[in-house]
Design a binder for this molecule. Structure first.
Ligand code: ZN
Ligand code: ZN
Length: 168
């Protein structure tokens, strides 16, 4: 059973600060799919380190996803993708476009409408809590509903500009 491979206690190194990320610890990946490709495969030891790469890669809507590294090298080797341990929070990535949503509008019904990093830091600052990735979608849906209602109100008054009072 014992392989000839050196047993390492380091799962990955942080893509920003290069500090080692141990097994069975919390780490972060970027919500942007290109940052999760095997070729790139970024991992970050803290949300701050994740934040640091965002301007570099000019992300618009991105957030850090909390992951847990596998408990051992053996477990990591058994995984189809390295670091896929807690992927479930991140699986619903590509929005499935149905025929209606496929029309060429600028903002589709799947678009993220809120600044995920700001919301996450607000929640963290206020409560110390993490924010699940799905919250961004849920809140975007709420913003979309409010915006739709405001649009209808502005239209009913013959305006071409949605105004603050349309949200009252
Ligand atoms: Zn780091
Ligand atoms: Zn990224």
């Amino acid at each position: 059973m014992a392989g000839t491979r050196r047993v390492s206690s380091i799962f990955r190194t942080c893509s920003t600060c290069k500090k080692p990320i141990a097994y069975a610890t919390r780490y972060y990946v970027c919500s942007v799919s290109t940052c999760q490709r095997t070729a790139t495969n970024f991992a970050f030891c803290t949300v701050d380190c994740w934040d640091a790469h965002v301007p570099t890669f000019r992300h618009k809507d991105a957030w850090a996803e909390e992951m847990k590294s596998p408990s051992s090298q053996a477990e990591a080797a058994a995984l189809p993708i390295q670091g896929a341990a807690n992927r479930n929070i991140a699986t619903k990535k590509e929005p499935v476009m149905n025929e209606e949503a496929a029309k060429p509008s600028e903002a589709t019904s799947e678009d993220v409408l809120i600044v995920a990093s700001k919301l996450k830091s607000y929640i963290r600052a206020k409560s110390g809590m993490n924010t699940s990735a799905s919250v961004i979608d849920a809140l975007s849906g709420k913003v979309r509903k409010l915006a739709d209602a405001a649009i209808a109100k502005a239209q009913s008054e013959g305006r071409k500009t949605v105004m603050d009072r349309d949200f009252e």
